[in-house]
Design a binder for this molecule. Structure first.
Ligand SMILES: C[S@@+](CC[C@H](N)C(=O)[O-])C[C@H]1O[C@@H](n2cnc3c(N)ncnc32)[C@H](O)[C@@H]1O
Length: 249
């Protein structure tokens, strides 16, 4: 019997964890184990796109000074720091992140922001607190897209804006071949070389598998609409950087 939820971001990845109940504990360990290396991977490994790409995407999605922002799956806080650059104050930014190791790194780098341990699928915040929500490169890690999006809707104020950043497979055979070459064949080994960490290498091996098996972007847009978001749309930068945006009615 298929027990996977209707909007699962990718199938259960048996070599890594055997069923959906194990997914979150598995992820918690993988990110705890590689937390100290994540910033380095995110800056050189993703073509140096770190802070400036995230800042541009946040601006394109309508983030402006004065807004209260929540960054879900904050990791070491790269997206949250970009948001703080725009709002002008880290005190306007709340970071939500399940991995204690990642959260520690984020709190060290952006101490004036609020840091809360929690997951997208059950956000430990009250209703209608935020003008803007971001989630950077973590969509694949939730259990069910619609469940997470209902939570997103709940913590946003009416009219609040959502931005989800993700890497998606490009159009065309050649671009797909290049993506496979980079993310599957080169990046895990380069990560090991750069960090000396087997755990960081494993994170990137796992990353490729999720990228390869991730649901089609149309499914993400359907899940946003099913959860109650309006104006759900997707813009793609450089063929692989997807920016999903939506508004709470
Ligand atoms: C690739 S990192 C992205 C970090 C950061 N958002 C960025 O832009 O660089 C993915 C993060 O998602 C977190 N994560 C995993 N499962 C999650 C869940 N169910 N809800 C929220 N965050 C989750 C991980 O702990 C990790 O810190």
């Amino acid at each position: 019997m298929n027990t996977e939820p209707p909007f699962t971001p990718h199938p259960v990845l048996k070599p890594h964890y055997s069923d959906l109940q194990e997914k979150q504990p598995f992820l918690r360990k993988v990110f705890d184990d590689s937390a100290e290396h994540y910033e380095r991977i995110a800056t050189w490994g993703f073509f140096g796109t770190g802070n400036w790409y995230r800042r541009g995407a946040l601006r394109r999605a309508g983030l402006t000074p004065g807004m209260q922002v929540v960054d879900i799956a904050a990791g070491t806080g790269i997206t949250a720091r970009a948001a703080a650059d725009i709002t002008g104050t880290a005190a306007a930014v709340t970071c939500v992140e399940p991995s204690a190791g990642m959260l520690r790194e984020s709190a060290r780098r952006l101490p004036a922001a609020r840091h809360i341990q929690g997951m997208a699928d059950g956000i430990p915040l009250s209703d209608g607190e935020f003008d803007f929500m971001s989630m950077g490169f973590a969509l694949r890690h939730v259990e069910d897209l619609e469940t997470a999006f209902r939570e997103f809707l709940r913590v946003l104020k009416p009219g609040g804006r959502l931005l989800i950043l993700d890497i998606t497979k490009p159009e065309g055979d050649f671009a797909n071949w290049l993506t496979r070459l980079y993310f599957r064949d080169l990046m895990p080994g380069l990560t090991r070389l750069m960090t000396g960490s087997r755990e960081a290498q494993y994170l990137m091996e796992y990353y490729w598998e999720t990228l390869n098996l991730m649901v089609e972007p149309e499914r993400v847009l359907e899940a946003l609409a099913a959860a109650g978001f309006q104006q759900a749309s997707r813009e793609v930068q450089a063929g692989i950087f997807s920016e999903y945006t939506a508004r709470k009615p």
